[in-house]
Design a binder for this molecule. Structure first.
Ligand code: PXP
Length: 250
């Protein structure tokens, strides 16, 4: 069954709006776990716009499911990752001007650098995932660079302006997931997923983990984070059951 990774960055975004102590993303992570989160994700950005090193340190001590650190390949961030040792690192491209992570990582362009970095992270006992667009070249490049996992970027699917384009993006993701598995990679997915569009992704991709942030934290403002996570888990579970029933019939 597909697992849910909850990204609590935006709890820290709210805290940083006042540079105060609340709301605390560490508390949010604990409550998200109580709601059924299987993974807690934070992105320690180079500009520290939301998550701070203090959050990462405390999360490493308190998360009892799995801690996934999203990060760029910047050397000071790599050192922090190695000294903190989250269970998993997801390498993402990062630009200071962007509102959120935009495209996937260009693995093809930086394959040699990534190879060394991935080896170093793995040698330190950290699982390495690469956040990439569902393109054949990037998928093969990820496998050649030594990654164990890829997170397929679902942003183009989530933001498709029409039903036809959305279905085309879904087919692209499905093909990408198949190819990734042929290449020996495990498959996660995320970005832009919400309560309305997550179902087909669960049904079509068979991803191990879906990483979801903005929609869950937004819903949490109204219903609380534990309930917001429970509702997303329930959706993933129901759509997952459909897949299991179809597979059993087939
Ligand atoms: N996966 C990755 C690699 C991301 O960078 C983000 C955004 O931080 C997400 C998933 C979650 O995206 P969203 O906030 O749109 O759910």
């Amino acid at each position: 069954m597909t697992k849910l990774g909850v990204n609590v960055d935006h709890v820290a975004t709210l805290r940083q709006a006042r540079k105060t102590y609340e709301p605390d993303p560490v508390t949010a992570a604990l409550l998200a776990e109580q709601g059924g989160a299987d993974v807690i994700t934070v992105h320690l950005r180079e500009d520290r716009r939301h998550v701070q090193e203090r959050d990462l340190r405390l999360l490493k001590e308190t998360v009892f499911t799995k801690l996934n650190l999203e990060m760029s390949t910047a050397s000071d961030i790599v050192e922090i990752a190695i000294s903190t040792r989250p269970h998993q690192v997801t390498l993402v491209p990062e630009r200071r001007q962007e509102v959120t992570t935009e495209g996937g990582l260009d693995v093809v362009l930086q394959k040699e650098t990534l190879k060394d970095l991935i080896k170093r992270l793995k040698d330190n006992g950290i699982l390495v995932s690469l956040f990439i667009d569902p393109e054949a070249g990037q998928i093969r490049g990820s496998s050649e660079a030594g990654a164990e996992l890829v997170e397929l970027h679902t942003g183009a699917y989530a933001n498709a302006p029409s039903e036809g384009l959305r279905l085309a993006q879904l087919a692209r993701l499905r093909q990408g997931a198949l190819l990734a598995r042929e290449e020996g990679l495990r498959v996660n997915a995320g970005h832009g997923l919400n309560y309305h569009n997550v179902g087909p992704i669960v049904e079509e991709l068979g991803a191990e983990e879906l990483h979801i942030g903005h929609s869950i934290v937004s819903r949490a403002v109204f219903v609380g984070i534990k309930r917001a996570v429970e509702e997303m888990k329930e959706l993933i579970y129901r759509h997952g059951l459909l897949v299991e029933r179809t597979t059993q019939k087939g």
